[in-house]
Ligand binder design. Sequence first.
Ligand SMILES: C[S@@+](CC[C@H](N)C(=O)[O-])C[C@H]1O[C@@H](n2cnc3c(N)ncnc32)[C@H](O)[C@@H]1O
Length: 266
Amino acid sequence: MPLVDYHEQFAAVYDALYAERDVLADTRYAAALLELDGHRKPDAHVLDFGCGSGSHVLALGRLGIAATGFDTSPAMIARAMAKPVPRPSADVRFVTGAFTDFCAALNGHCFDGAISLFQVFNCMDSPGEMLAHLRLIRDRLATGARFLIDLWNGAAVFTDDPRPDASSFRCPDDPSKEIVRITIPHLDRINQRCTLRYRILTLDGTRGREQDAFESVHQITFLTPVQYRHLFELAGLNIIDEFRRGHPGNPVTERDWYISYLLGGD
Ligand SMILES: C[S@@+](CC[C@H](N)C(=O)[O-])C[C@H]1O[C@@H](n2cnc3c(N)ncnc32)[C@H](O)[C@@H]1O
């Protein structure tokens, strides 16, 4: 029986699968878009919604920006909390559980910026669930605060179907190990859902012998730009920029699989 998404085994290999990302550079870019870079706002506190294994939260701390990482996966939060906090660092913390409880426990505290990187909202079951979370985040944004969100671009998914894939990664903790990820996608165009069935193998890199294998199934709900814009409007979030991920100011096309929005709450 395959396990569903961000469980312990998947959390254990997550950083290896995405090791090619330059997290510090991505965090600097996010901080600049939120207008929190260069100590423009020395006491700023950022929410990382769906922080995963915590890399961006720790990088924000390293840049002198306090951050709280929230994620529904206890396994991902455990990975985040096990990482050393760079010194010096602004205040960083991690929270898991129900997002409504998290928001209630804030006692009215608002964030000076929010990020949700790497398609967190697409893990949700429906547009209604996305809208409810957008509204909760909007209510916790301070006046003038910005929210950067990455999403799957449904227009590109319809143009360029997800294909089966096999990729290999070096294990950063142990370079003698190789991790192989086999992806079998299934696209449901009517319900705008894509099921990504991953089979993850850990191989002894020298002999190619299998040491471990497991499955993880990720359900992705994807919308088109028109549909995302409608959700943002319903949530009371205004669009400052809609762009190809990583390229502010560049309009998205049906060839761009990933889309980002820079949003404002007022
Ligand atoms: C692709 S990972 C992205 C993690 C991180 N933002 C990054 O850039 O590496 C998606 C994350 O979203 C989390 N997630 C999924 N649904 C969520 C929800 N409703 N609320 C908060 N986190 C959620 C998952 O547990 C997972 O850690």
